[in-house]
Write a protein that binds this ligand. Sequence first.
Ligand SMILES: Cc1ncc(COP(=O)(O)O)c(C=O)c1O
Length: 458
Amino acid sequence: MATLADSLRTELRDLRPGARLPSSRTLVDRYRVSPVTVTRAIGLLAAEGLVVTRPGAGVYAADRPGPSAGPPDLGWQAVALGDRAVDAGAIGWLLKAPPDGVVPLSGGYLHADLQPARALAAAMGRAARRPRAWDMPPPSGLAQLRAWFARIAGPDVTPGDVTVTAGGQQSLSTVLRAVLAPGAPLLVESPTYPGALAVARMIGLQPVPVPIDGEGLRPGLLAEAFALTGARAVYCQPAFQNPTGAAMGAERRARVLDVARAAGAFVIEDDYARHLAIDAAPPPLVAQDADGRVVHIASPTKVVAPSLRVSAVIARGPVAERIRAAQLVTDFFPARPLQETLLDLVSSPGWARHVGAVRTALRARRDTLLAALAGELPQLAPSRPDGGVHLWTPLPGGADDTAAAEAALRAGVLVSAGRPFFPAEPPGPHLRLSYCSAASDGELVEGVRRLARVLDEP
Ligand SMILES: Cc1ncc(COP(=O)(O)O)c(C=O)c1O
């Protein structure tokens, strides 16, 4: 189709505006393509403004715009916008599509072969045919979808506590804006998910690092940080933290809640990896929440596909009202056909099978990546997470992780430097290596070989 469109663009250069293009049948014969290809190519040229289609009459060369006066002078914008830059650099790297031939050991979404593509297509087909599919959903989301999110979160969570949102990232932005005023401190795990840091900074919050250990937030340091800053919220990922894979045990969860209670603060729980446990996932904090302290974000994109942008925020009391209001003001509601699609998918008999298959695949991939690292890079000491999709490893002292990630990309493997995961100065260089986005176990091994060549360089 692209080739035909290119040929037609060349033909159009010799046609005066208003001249008729050859008929579809002539184009089919001349270029030996199907009528569908012709229709698509004409559609593309029409979208570009190069042709005008007149139903029943044919396709005509469009009027050409007058000669351009050169690139516009946009200098005035720098003055008008001031210095309030939005830094999406770290997110851009995390979402970076690997160039051809590059092995992705970065990124938090499943490789296309692990996504339930056929089930999604069927679910979306059914969703789109449902009566009123394109109408407004209830403002807090489809009732049955709210019930599903509530059931996953815990026995005491009710559908009334759930607001359906448009992906974990949008939920973070809505929740942080609803809970905290610009300028407020926000305690965060250090290291943490750079997407959360980017949202916090964009809306004028001050992320304050709280170091973690193998079980996540350290309660003593958390209490100190609350006392020092007067913060009214902490953002954390209690299950398979991105990037370290740390998971809070029962005692740690209780202590973190106690510390937040004593500080009169909210705990914003990003439960991004609920379905990615290799054995069992710890129960979410919200399941233990007795006083509306936890604001829980649940997003199934990680176990399904990045474009299924439907998620949920679970909260109780005035904060829930605030979050609902914030979502209505900024986004209205997530697209109903996507809500219907997710509902159909998770209600289908294949859902449990899909989640099980992903967990099995992730276990094998984690083990393959760890074995390859032990063989090729024994000087590293990567984490061995029980869920999620990332390994986290310190680099030997003196290394520059940003330079290492750039060199690795040149050598054909995409990895994430540790620096953007730290809200302030990192304690040392690190890399995050993901095992979900490569095409196969073989590709993981090849990625490690390429990384070893870079890291072993003197
Ligand atoms: C910890 C964490 N939270 C939230 C997100 C946002 O994901 P999504 O918007 O697809 O739900 C990500 C994505 O990488 C993540 O790693």
